[in-house]
Design a protein around this ligand. Structure first.
Ligand code: ADP
Length: 818
């Protein structure tokens, strides 16, 4: 780096001063042997010093690029003189300067030279006064008045009151007219500025964005060389807060917050209160509902208990009532004396009435418990209705009421529930009797509508039923408030039961009535007529065999084969027998025997499906009877239930050893007995179906174990031997098997589920099937071969059994071979 030396000077103390271009002044420190530099940083006006001179007082005078400067080494301070002090305004020349002996100093420059005697130089030490000359807010000059930010002239004002976010600036000046450029101003806004702002000759202070608060503006000025300094000038500045930062605003906010909080709390409390009240109300309602429900349940339970009690009572009443009715009927049929007949009829009528009431109660109970079931049997609808209708003839004569029964068909065989139809008719007819006065009419018309079932019309000329009540009378416990002339002794459930029973049959009941003109109940049953000729063969056979079995037309309902199995009740107690008979007669045909001996005879003659026998009996006891039954081929298949005494296990053991199928201890539960009977009958029928399959199995080599199998096999052999015989008769077969015709009928039926005629036909058709499969014989040939009188009849029978005609069967066979 090149240092261009401009001037070198040794002062009166022989200290060496060197000026270097652009670097100011250097003093050589001989002790330390290094230079100390003084330049612009020591307030030298310019770092190009052309010439160094010394005055008498030892101060150094320097000509520079910007005037002349004097350096006081003791104070280490420069003082500069410029064109403002009357010095040329251009640069001085290098090395151009001299001090005369008189002490005057000369410096030469481009515009000539300047000279002066340092001794004569005037030092201004007078401190000027400092004045704030103006206030501008948002760049607008402020004139003092009551409403403006300053109340007095700014130069004398003590404070300025500003609004929020007002920008302001202050103008000021020090009254130094000699060398105003020497004025060095500095100010500070206490509360905003951290330190004094040295702004030199600038005479304005500006502030923006002041926060609300109290500030103090302090201003001072000094001379450039610190020869004087003015006292501070201060003015207070208040920046007022915006309205929302005033105490009132804070108070309002606080109030607002407190009120909002209070309101919120109040609302929350209110909500909680409401919720609590609602909850309480709900709880109350729940309690009430629960109370009502439990009350209703209690009532219901009580009701059920009452009904249960009444039902039990009715059951209890039914047996003695039957025990009254049966002997009375016996007596009635044998009585000749008019007087006694009248009394017996009275007993009979009232017993029947009572029985009807009891039955109604039982029906009602069943209706309540949805236990109503149809027990369909084949029956002649017309004669059944006539029978019931006729039973009212006595009372009608008594009451002088004319009875009229009309029908458009003499018979109508169909499936119906006898018990329920009887109850429907009794209910309607006894109502008619009740509500028809003397000399009135009651009629029952039957209209058979072949494709649409049956219409049963029961009418009377009685008091009639008001139109408004005609639908209600079918409701339970409903009774019309009749005139006092007729005493209504009913319970109000008769018609509801009748309607229920009619519905159960799939039928409808309609009432037409006019007050004092009579009532007509029209019932429609969708019955299907059973065609007798089609089952003629089977029925005549059954009749001959003395069986009470009834068959329905399979085309009308191929699932049901309605039959009433025969139950033999053996007991020496008449009451128990009667009770059992009454209880079982709805489902079974019941025959009775008073001891073992009678039972044996009745078994042989009437072929019961099941026997219920007491153990202790005169002549022949139960165990002996079982032994006898089980030892005989004709009777061994009949299941036996023994009625033993509670706790007597030896009796039970003996009975079971003898071959009884089951036992019941007295006193027994009727439902249990019923289930046991049903189970045993079921077991026997499954046994039958097993044997009916027997004829389809060609296994001649199997070892035969049971007697029944032997029996069936020998029948099979006999049929096989006489297979071509179209006149093969059951009579001959029974003779061959050493049995009566009826025993054979029952035995085959109980083992195979088929009547002998059906069974023989089955065997023949099985053989025919085999021949069709395995031989080349023609259909007509096969028909004669298996003993059918004509090929036509054979074809029909074959199709009925296998659901395919023999011709189609052969076609199918051929197709499967292809
Ligand atoms: P109840 O056991 O009282 O006879 P029902 O259900 O059989 O009960 O009959 C209900 C009511 O209908 C009877 O109380 C009666 O007022 C009215 N009623 C039924 N049948 C007739 C009829 N043929 N003539 C007039 N009123 C009848």
């Amino acid at each position: 780096m090149i240092h261009r030396v401009l001037s070198i000077y040794a002062d009166h103390l022989d200290r060496i001063w060197v000026s270097i271009w652009g670097e100011g002044l250097y003093l050589y420190n001989s002790k330390q042997q290094k230079f100390e530099q003084y330049g612009e940083e020591h307030l030298l006006s310019n770092n190009i010093v052309y010439k160094i001179l010394e005055d008498n007082s030892g101060k150094l005078w320097l000509s520079t690029n910007k005037g002349i400067s004097v350096f006081d080494l003791d104070k280490k301070k420069f003082k500069n003189f410029t064109y403002r002090n009357g010095i040329q305004n251009t640069s001085f020349g290098t090395g151009s300067g001299i001090r005369t002996t008189s002490g005057e100093i000369y410096f030469g420059g481009l515009d000539g030279f300047n000279y002066f005697n340092p001794v004569n130089l005037f030092q201004n030490t007078k401190t000027p006064s400092l004045v704030i000359t103006g206030l501008k807010i948002n760049n607008k000059h402020v004139v003092p008045n009551e409403k403006s930010e300053i109340k007095e002239e700014i130069s004398v004002a003590k404070e300025i009151n500003l609004s929020y976010k007002q920008n302001f600036s202050l103008d000021f000046v020090a009254l130094n007219y000699t060398a105003p450029h020497e004025n060095q101003y500095s100010y500070i806004l206490e509360g905003f500025d951290k330190e004094w702002q040295n702004v030199g000759a600038v005479t304005t202070a500006s502030y923006t964005n002041l926060d609300p608060g109290k500030y103090v503006f302090r201003l001072k000025v000094r001379s450039e060389d610190n020869s004087w300094q003015t006292p501070e000038k201060t003015i207070m500045v208040f920046v007022n807060p915006p309205f929302w930062r005033t105490y009132y605003a804070y108070l309002a906010f606080a109030l607002f917050l407190i009120i909002s909080f209070w309101l919120m709390r109040r609302r929350a409390i209110q909500r909680l209160k409401n919720k609590f009240e609602l909850e309480q109300e709900r709880l109350k309602a729940k309690l009430i509902i629960e109370k009502e429900r439990s009350e209703a349940e209690r009532k219901m339970e009580l009701e059920q208990l009452k009904i249960k009690f009444l039902t039990n009572l009715s059951h209890e009443l039914k047996t003695p009532l039957t025990l009254i009715l049966n002997p009375v009927e016996n007596l009635l049929s044998n009585e000749k004396s008019e007087e006694k007949l009248a009394i017996l009829t009275l007993i009979n009528r009232n017993s029947k009435r009572l029985l009807n009431l009891v039955n109604q109660l039982l029906d009602f109970r069943k209706m309540e418990e949805n236990e109503l079931k149809l027990n369909l049997v084949q029956e002649d609808f017309v004669s059944f209705c006539k029978e019931v209708f006729d039973s009212f003839s006595y009372i009608s004569t008594q009451k002088n009421i004319k009875l009229d029964f009309q029908t458009n068909a003499q018979t109508y065989l169909t499936l119906l529930d006898k018990d329920k139809l009887e109850r429907i008719l009794i209910n309607l007819l006894s109502n008619a009797m009740k509500f028809t006065a003397q000399h009135g009419n009651i009629f029952c018309h039957i209209e058979i509508e072949d494709n649409e079932g049956v219409k049963l019309i029961v009418g009377d000329s009685g008091i009639g039923i008001p139109t408004t009540m005609q639908t209600e009378i079918f409701e339970r416990f409903f009774q019309v408030n009749n005139t006092a002339a007729i005493l209504n002794q009913g319970s109000g459930i008769g018609l509801s039961i009748a309607q229920e029973f009619i519905k159960l049959h799939g039928g409808t009941i309609v009432l037409e009535s006019e007050e004092n003109m009579g009532s007509i109940f029209t019932i429609h049953f969708p019955f299907i007529r059973i065609n007798q000729p089609e089952i003629h063969q089977e029925i005549s056979e059954k009749l001959r065999a003395g069986s009470d079995f009834t068959y329905i037309d399979k085309s009308s309902n191929d699932k049901i084969v309605i039959s009433k199995p025969t139950v033999l009740v053996v007991d020496d107690s008449d009451d128990l027998r009667l009770y059992l008979k009454e209880s079982l007669k709805a489902t079974y045909r019941v025959i009775e025997a008073a001891d073992g001996k009678q039972a044996w005879q009745k078994t042989l003659s009437m072929h019961p499906e099941i026997i219920i026998s007491d153990v202790n009996m005169p002549n022949m006891d139960g165990v002996e009877l079982v032994k006898k039954l089980k030892a005989d081929n004709r009777t061994k298949h009949i299941p036996v239930i023994l009625l033993t005494v509670l706790g007597d296990e030896s009796q039970q053991l003996q009975g079971l050893e003898a071959g009884a199928n089951d036992y019941l201890t007295k006193p027994f539960n009727f439902s249990l007995l019923n289930i046991k009977i049903m189970n045993l009958l079921e077991l026997n029928s499954s046994f039958k179906s097993t044997y009916s399959k027997y004829i389809n199995i060609e296994t001649p080599a199997i070892e035969i174990i049971s007697e029944d199998e032997k029996f069936l096999l020998s029948i099979g052999k006999y049929i096989d031997f006489h297979i071509t015989d179209s006149d093969l008769s059951i009579e001959e077969l029974s003779q061959q098997m050493c049995m009566s015709r009826s025993t054979l009928y029952n035995k085959i039926l109980s083992l195979t589920g088929e009547t002998p005629v059906e069974y023989v036909r089955s065997v023949k058709l099985t053989k025919a099937l085999m021949l069709l499969e395995k031989s080349d014989m023609k259909i007509s040939q096969i028909a004669y071969e298996v003993g059918f009188s004509s090929p036509n009849y054979f074809s029909r029978a074959f199709k009925a059994k296998y659901q395919i005609s023999p011709t189609d069967f052969i076609k199918q066979q051929k197709l499967s071979l292809l």
